[in-house]
Design a protein. Structure first.
Length: 122
């Protein structure tokens, strides 16, 4: 739209020069700053999911996904809380039950793990 519309609106004169030499570089600079801010958030799945939890509420999918990432990173102390929070928000969330069961089994808490894995089967 800008590539075809702006030149038509600004045919000739001082307005075109102002747009080409001032407004366009300023716009590009602003877009680059916005892009840079977004790239920081997308550095890793962890940074993206943590940011998403900051800007949303009751997001069971992101709690579950963050738990999966932390499980893969062997950050076991943080994992369970995210799966439990996902289940608080959405008690019938099968993926969260499965992941919580798997993390409990990995810690040797087989009885608790079986309870969550049975929920998956239901």
């Amino acid at each position: 739209m800008g590539a075809y519309g702006i030149p038509e609106v600004l045919k000739g004169g001082w307005a075109r020069k102002l747009a080409l030499y001032v407004v366009v570089p300023l716009l590009i600079t602003l877009l680059l700053c916005g892009t840079r801010n977004q790239v920081v958030l997308w550095q890793s799945s962890t940074t993206l999911f943590v940011h998403t939890l900051r800007v949303t509420v009751n997001n069971s999918v992101i709690h579950n996904n963050l738990g999966v990432v932390l499980l893969a990173e062997r950050k076991d102390s943080e994992v369970r809380g995210h799966f439990i929070e996902a289940l608080r928000i959405h008690p019938e969330y099968a993926d969260a039950h499965y992941n919580l069961g798997a993390s409990l089994a990995r810690e040797g808490k087989d009885a608790e793990a079986v309870c969550h894995l049975l929920q998956v089967l239901q």
